[in-house]
Structure formats: structure tokens, C-alpha cells
Write a protein that binds this ligand. Structure first.
Ligand SMILES: NC(=O)c1ccc[n+]([C@@H]2O[C@H](COP(=O)([O-])OP(=O)(O)OC[C@H]3O[C@@H](n4cnc5c(N)ncnc54)[C@H](OP(=O)(O)O)[C@@H]3O)[C@@H](O)[C@H]2O)c1
Length: 282
């Protein structure tokens, strides 16, 4: 592809002369509004960066305000797009509703919602697991996803179009030892994704479930409660997926023609098949 002027350097309102165009994928996202929950780290941050690079405006959310501010400054500076940071805990229904009820008018035409915020806490056998960990996982991964979806949907219904991408997991396809309630939550995400897809068909809203295997992010550090050694061990002998691999996948799904919808996508690194089978190099 050849551009008479680099589209990455000329700001949001550029009208670059394209010549010899072989793909419209990047221009398809210009001035779109992409909302990404859990954008302060890992997959969410990579998605925010990917879409910002494609000249979309992005709404980024998370609980760590300073990280949101840093990312806003970085993306606006690097890509000349607009970023709206919203700091709230997805477990807090009132906070979620307040964040979206007060959305400035220019941010209301949300094209894509990426329900990514989530976590695993603990890797314990059922009888040993902590009920607080279980509640946090269900409140975040299931209730949080529902709260955000319900708060954002009216904006998509008003436009009679949109795309919701729910971040599931291979843990939502196959239960594994000591995965108990994390798996249960991600099974729920899978079911909710299918239910949304069916119920929102009439509204021209696409719904896609992405189900990654091991991705090296802060996920394992959170799961093992700050134990960096245990977190690192999860990836021993593997070349795991990166957050960018998942962002690229989400971008692909969202970039398909209007009549095409990927419903469900499982993605692992080459050395992983399902939740149990890994080939770890010695
Ligand atoms: N990494 C993997 O191996 C893997 C595999 C399959 C699926 N997934 C899924 O992918 C998603 C992203 O995970 P990741 O790997 O990118 O992990 P990560 O690096 O730990 O990022 C998790 C993100 O979720 C946000 N978050 C967590 N709890 C939240 C809450 N209560 N309210 C608002 N935001 C919250 C975090 O932001 P704050 O802390 O700033 O709130 C952070 O931005 C999760 O849904 C996870 O289950 C991950």
C-alpha cells in the first residue's frame, strides 16, 4: 500500500490521497468509537493501541486511574486520535451506570464494545478455595460484563448497529483442575455471548466470543496474588500468546464486512491444545 502522506502522522482529520490501495482495513476504523474495558493492562491495553493505530477514537476503562491517564496521553500523542478514560470498578453497578449515563454526546455513537475486563484469583482445589476470590471473579467476569453491556446497549440500539466482543477463555470451554469458579464464570460468558447473539440478531448487532488460551500478561500475577515466580512458571517451556496476538484477532473479527460475524473463536499458542494439553519444551 502506498500513501502520498503518512496517515499515521497527519492527525484525525487527514484526507490522505491513497494510491494503489490493496486493503481498506485501517481506513474502515477512522472516526469509529471503540470501547474497551480493562484497558490498563494486557489484552485490553493492546486492543486500545491496535484500534487507536487504526485511527479510531477509544474509550478506555479500568480501576487504575494513573494508568488510564498515561495511556490516554500516549495514544493521543502517537496516533492523533481522541481518548476518553473512564475509571470505575465493573463490579459496581451504580458506578457503571453513572459512567455511561453521563457519556458526552460526541462519545455516544459507540461502534464496538470489547468486554475484556476480567481476572482469575487463586488456583485452589474446590474445598480449599476462598469464597471471597470466587465472589470477586463472578462479580467481575460475569456481573461486570452484564452491567457494562446493559449500560452501553442503548447507544447501539439507537443506531441499530454495533459489535460486542466478549473476552471468554478456553476455561469457558473445558473445566480444568483447580479452575473451578474461574471456569464457571467463563462458561457463563460463553452462554451470555450466545444468548446476546440470538437476542440481538434483530437489532443488527454482532456478538463475538473470543476464547484465548495462555496469554502472557499480568493475568497470572493477579491469579497467584503477586507471586511472580508462580506466575512465570505458568509459561515455562512455552511460547505463549501475547496480548497483541489477541488484539490482532479482535481487530480481524471487527474488521469483517457488515454481513459477516464470527460468533465464536478459540485461540491458543501452538504448544497448547485445550486446557490440559501443553507441549512444554524442556
Ligand atoms: N492472560 C490469559 O492467559 C487469558 C486467557 C484467557 C482469557 N483471558 C481473559 O482476558 C481478559 C484480560 O486479561 P489479561 O490477560 O489482559 O489480564 P490483565 O493484564 O491482568 O488485565 C486485566 C484488565 O482487567 C481490568 N480489571 C480487572 N478487574 C476489574 C474490575 N473489577 N473493574 C474494572 N476493570 C477490571 C484490569 O484493570 P484494573 O486493574 O486497572 O481495574 C486490567 O486492565 C480477562 O477477561 C481474562 O479472563 C486471559
Amino acid at each position: 500500500m502506498y500513501f502520498s502522506e503518512s496517515p499515521w502522522r497527519c492527525g484525525k482529520f487527514c484526507f490522505c490521497q491513497r494510491q494503489n490501495v490493496t486493503s481498506i482495513s485501517y481506513f474502515a476504523f477512522m472516526n469509529k468509537i471503540i470501547l474497551i474495558t480493562g484497558a490498563t493492562s494486557g489484552i485490553g491495553k493492546a486492543c486500545a493501541t491496535k484500534f487507536a493505530a487504526a485511527k479510531s477514537d477509544v474509550i478506555i476503562t479500568g480501576r487504575r486511574n494513573e494508568r488510564l491517564d498515561e495511556l490516554k496521553a500516549q495514544l493521543e500523542n502517537d496516533y492523533g486520535i481522541n481518548v476518553l478514560p473512564l475509571c470505575f470498578d465493573v463490579q459496581d453497578r451504580e458506578a457503571v451506570n453513572a459512567a455511561f449515563a453521563n457519556l458526552p454526546a460526541q462519545w455516544q455513537k459507540i461502534d464496538v464494545l470489547i468486554n475484556n475486563a476480567g481476572l482469575a484469583i487463586g488456583r485452589d482445589s474446590f474445598e480449599d478455595a476462598d469464597m471471597n476470590d470466587w465472589e470477586t471473579m463472578l462479580n467481575t467476569n460475569v456481573h461486570g460484563l452484564l452491567y457494562v453491556s446493559k449500560a452501553v446497549l442503548p447507544y447501539m440500539l439507537a443506531q441499530q448497529k454495533g459489535h460486542i466482543v466478549n473476552m471468554g477463555s478456553v476455561a469457558g470451554k473445558e473445566v480444568y483442575e483447580k479452575g473451578n469458579v474461574y471456569c464457571a464464570g467463563k462458561f457463563a460468558v460463553d452462554a451470555i455471548t450466545k444468548a446476546m447473539r440470538i437476542d440481538l440478531l434483530k437489532n443488527n448487532i454482532k456478538v463475538t466470543g473470543i476464547h484465548p488460551g495462555a496469554v502472557e500478561t499480568e493475568f497470572s500475577v493477579v491469579r497467584f496474588k503477586g507471586d511472580e515466580v508462580a506466575a512465570k512458571a505458568a509459561y515455562t517451556g512455552l511460547t505463549p500468546l501475547t496480548a497483541s496476538d489477541i488484539a490482532d484477532t479482535v481487530f480481524y473479527c471487527v474488521n469483517l464486512p457488515a454481513h459477516v460475524c464470527i460468533n465464536d473463536l478459540v485461540i491458543t499458542c501452538t504448544q497448547q491444545a485445550g486446557t490440559y494439553y501443553f507441549y512444554r519444551k524442556p
